[in-house]
Design a protein around this ligand. Structure first.
Ligand code: IPM
Ligand code: MG
Length: 356
């Protein structure tokens, strides 16, 4: 089993190191780690946010464990040199079209949500976000209008085959969950969304047991705070998914708890190749202070074990350990507590020993 490890910028290295301690504790046989540079760290060393060496490491691995990218010092660089290009480039080059972002309230943490506790308690949803298409990867640029004004432009498009494969991901996920898919679009305005809606409805016909509803994105944003418990699987495109997944994470209470998986079509010997990363960013304001909550990175490792390495039992053991640590009242600063990165990591390791 080969895992590519890309710690990246800011708190990325700190939380990735915590996840690697947890991986080490599992004592898996035949496991090799390969480290690579991404983001501002890679730009400083190689002049590029995603050097070709890094991409090659990813391609030869069964899975990628990713920390975070982003650095305020890079804000003035042109777009192709910015740290974010590492993540966008990896998604595109590795064909990681399916982004899974689960958001569920942890018992006892309802008070951290900006929503009323009874609403927060009911959240158990999975955002299935298309990740390699849409306005993110369409042609874009700047031009001058006839009137001499500068004009920025981006193009939004979705091909039938792109919609179809992400719709299958969502419906298959719903089969293992509560059997409901909410497809989010803007079909009252956008042609992209009209085609999206038609294709999703066609795919739905292949899944008899699953209930499909279509929802406009503005309404979905409202429903997400008004009654988030209605959502099971939220299927949506790249741009709407970016926005709604941040919103869902805020509803749960802390972005420091949420992992994510980005999966492609390539099968590995043990599962599906993917890249796994915490949803939170590089948090430059708290770098090196032992204040980052490593739970999202640790839970991302659990997703990696489940999806790419076929290690569901180990994944469940990690998730139970994190739940137990939260249950014991050990909280990072993001959860209003004072536990540091090391303390949280040690507590998770200790719970894992007890579960073993
Ligand atoms: C995310 C992030 C990225 C995105 C940025 C860093 C390019 O916000 O993973 O949600 O927009 O997809
Ligand atoms: Mg985002």
């Amino acid at each position: 089993m080969k895992i590519a490890v890309f710690p990246g910028d800011g708190i990325g290295p700190e939380v990735t190191q915590a996840a690697l301690k947890v991986l080490d504790a599992l004592d898996l046989p035949d496991l090799t780690l390969f480290e690579g540079d991404v983001g501002a760290a890679a730009y400083r060393r190689h002049g590029l946010p995603l050097p070709s060496e890094t991409l090659e490491i990813a391609k030869s691995a069964d899975a990628v464990l990713f920390g975070a990218v982003g650095d305020p010092e890079c804000d003035t660089l042109t777009r192709d040199l910015r740290p974010e290009q590492a993540i966008l480039g990896l998604r595109r080059e590795l064909g990681l079209f399916a982004n899974l972002r689960p958001a569920a309230g942890w018992p006892g943490l309802e008070d951290l949500s900006p929503l009323k506790p009874q609403l927060a308690r009911g959240i158990d949803l999975l955002v299935v976000r298309e990740l390699t298409g849409d306005v993110y990867f369409g042609a874009k640029g700047e031009r001058t209008t006839k009137g001499g004004e500068r004009e920025g432009w981006d193009s939004m498009a979705y091909r039938e085959s792109e919609v179809r494969r992400i719709a299958h991901t969502a419906f298959r996920a719903a089969e293992r969950r509560r059997g409901k898919v909410t497809s989010v679009d803007k079909a009252n305005v956008l042609e992209t969304s009209r085609v999206w809606r038609e294709i999703v409805s066609e795919v739905a016909a292949e899944y008899r047991g699953i209930a499909l509803e279509h929802m406009y994105v503005d309404n979905a944003a409202m429903q997400m705070v008004r009654s988030p418990g209605q959502f099971d699987v939220v299927l949506t495109g790249n741009l709407f998914g970016d926005i709604l997944s941040d919103q869902a994470s805020a509803c749960v209470g802390s972005i420091g708890l949420l992992p994510s998986a980005s999966l492609g079509e390539r099968s590995t010997q043990y599962g599906t190749f993917g890249m796994f990363e915490p949803i939170h960013g590089s948090a430059p304001d708290i770098v090196g202070q032992n204040r980052a909550n490593p739970m999202a990175a640790i839970l991302s490792l659990a997703m990696l074990l489940r999806h790419s390495l076929g290690r569901a039992a180990e994944a469940a053991r990690i998730e139970r350990a994190v739940g137990a640590v939260l249950g014991n009242g050990i909280r990072g600063a993001d959860l209003g507590g004072d536990a540091g990165t090391d303390q949280i990591t040690d507590a998770v390791l200790q719970e894992m020993r007890q579960i073993a």
